[in-house]
Ligand binder design. Structure first.
Ligand code: NAD
Length: 485
């Protein structure tokens, strides 16, 4: 069972809690209070070297990759059940370390368990092909595990994104090393104990907390690590690609976003303004799929803006354990400063705030920030082009479908987006034309465990989730068998 009391956390390596070689620790704060929550072992490249040796040795032993895919699936199913059983405690840690509302944390943990269930069932459905080659013989492909995979995770959905990567990687038979974000390492570490309880052999699942610049880079650079699956900022993704290049490592990247909502005339304004607000301010806007650019057809600009701003004003900001809270604190003081800086910049650039942040009742202790909405913006402004990753959105008007598509695409990112329209034809035309990896029509849902997820352009490389995730976690091996005697 996951403990709800622990204040000192070690790394999880080779099936047990493990101190850093140096004995150093770093602290994790509680964003809701700004107070220290836990001390965590701070690993270095020396610790990574040991963790990779163990993961490689265990991979080579075939204790995991060598059992049947059905048997692996059964272990993953047990893990899913353990996660559901421990959801309350895991969600408490998730909220305490990251600041998201407790209900969101509970949803996140149960969805992570569902992800393990999905890949438990998928493990024995990773099929190869038989190929009618012209030579006289049987040609077929096998999907074999890649080997040791390093999974580098951000702080905004720490447990869920860990699950997105760990579940398919383990289902395919790999050894994994998770590098959690330093603000939020606790729930990935807690997963360690559950993997042991579920029956995953020692050294197949490891968690190495520590600075990205040292632990992350050591993992990416280690020649024994065969694949990197990274979620985080686009700039970090660029660095990872550079470090991975000499070893020709397999790399998949889930990066930043600046996603649009596109609202056309004729829609139910109250219903869709509310949805647009949820998608921009959920998780305090710290969501790669946040629809932080709201594009509205000029015919409905005024009523839509009024409804949108009214809904933002009604979001209650406060203690994430209070069931009435919609927006909790941001993850850290540094991140709050960064988001505040963007608000100042937006004003300097000539944007107009639809409401004054000072009017909001926001707790003084902790890393809270009142949500804001900018109007009077254009696509050249930094607040419209760059990912802010906080409770900030902007509203822009368009006159035609073509202009809506042009504005939607006028960004280096291409992750997600929503179209609100009463016309099926219009919705399908725009959904196809917007250059993003996922689009939702009359919905704000971007992620389905069963469907591929990922970005165009600078939002990423490759797709996670669904059966497509196995493209990252397996190598295709072609075998030809001569039929000649
Ligand atoms: P980040 O890039 O700062 O850190 C992500 C992870 O990478 C952390 O574990 C960090 O320690 C590690 N890291 C940092 N520098 C590294 C380096 N040089 N080498 C190896 N690892 C390194 O990102 P973040 O601030 O934790 O997360 C927010 C970002 O993540 C946003 O840009 C957001 O859009 C993105 N994100 C994308 C998706 C998606 O699916 N596309 C999902 C969630 C978050």
């Amino acid at each position: 069972m996951v403990s709800s009391e622990r204040s000192v956390w070690q790394a999880w390596i080779n099936g047990r809690w493990t101190d850093s070689i140096s004995g150093q620790k770093f602290s994790v704060d509680e964003p809701a209070t700004g107070l220290r929550l836990a001390e965590v072992s701070k690993l270095s490249s020396e610790d990574v070297d040991q963790a990779v040796s163990i993961a490689k040795r265990q991979f080579d032993s075939q204790q995991w990759s060598g059992i049947s895919a059905t048997a692996r699936g059964k272990v993953l199913y047990r893990l899913a059940t353990l996660i559901h059983d421990n959801a309350d405690v895991l969600a408490q840690w998730e909220t305490r370390q990251g600041g998201k509302t407790f209900q969101d944390s509970l949803d996140e943990v149960h969805t992570a368990a569902d992800c393990f269930e999905y890949y438990a069932g998928a493990a024995n459905k990773i099929f190869g092909h038989t190929i009618p080659v012209s030579a006289k013989g049987l040609d077929y492909t096998l999907r074999v595990p890649v080997g040791v995979v390093a999974l580098i995770v951000p702080w905004n959905f720490p447990f869920l994104i860990t699950a997105w990567k760990v579940a398919p990687a383990l289902a395919a038979g790999n050894s994994v090393i998770v590098k959690p974000a330093s603000y939020t390492p606790l729930t990935a570490l807690a997963l360690g104990e559950l993997t042991a309880e579920a029956g995953i052999p020692d050294g197949i699942f490891n968690v190495t907390p520590g600075p990205g610049s040292e632990v992350g880079e050591a993992l990416v650079s280690d020649p024994r690590v065969d694949k990197i699956a990274f979620t985080g900022e686009t700039t970090t993704g660029t660095r990872i690609l550079q470090l991975a290049a000499p070893g020709i490592k397999r790399v998949s990247l889930e990066l930043g976003g600046k996603s649009p909502t596109i609202a056309f005339s004729g829609i139910d304004i109250e219903r869709f303004a509310k949805l647009a607000v949820q998608s921009a301010y959920g998780n305090a806007g710290q969501d790669c799929c946040a629809r932080s650019r709201v594009l509205v057809e000029r015919k409905i600009l005024e009523p839509f803006t009024e409804a949108f701003v009214r809904n933002v004003k009604s979001l209650s900001v406060g203690n994430p354990f209070d069931p009435h809270t919609a927006v909790g604190p941001l993850v850290s003081q540094a991140h709050r400063n960064r988001v505040s800086h963007y608000i100042d910049l937006g004003l300097e650039e000539g944007g107009t705030l639809a409401m004054e942040p000072e009017d909001r009742n926001v707790p003084e202790q902790g890393y809270y920030l009142a949500p804001v909405v900018f109007t009077n913006v254009n696509s050249q402004m930094a607040i419209v082009r760059e990912e802010i990753f906080g409770p900030v959105s902007s509203i822009q008007a368009f006159d035609t479908e073509e202009e809506a598509i042009r504005l939607a695409n006028d960004t280096p990112y291409g992750l997600a987006g929503s179209i609100f329209s009463n016309s099926v034809g219009q919705a399908l035309r725009v959904a196809a034309a917007v250059r993003t990896g996922v689009m939702s029509v009359n919905s704000i849902k971007s992620v389905h465990l069963e469907a591929p997820f990922g970005g165009f352009k600078q939002s990423g490389l490759g797709r996670e989730l669904g059966m497509e995730a196995f493209d990252h976690y397996t190598e295709t091996k072609n075998i030809f068998v001569s039929l000649d005697d």
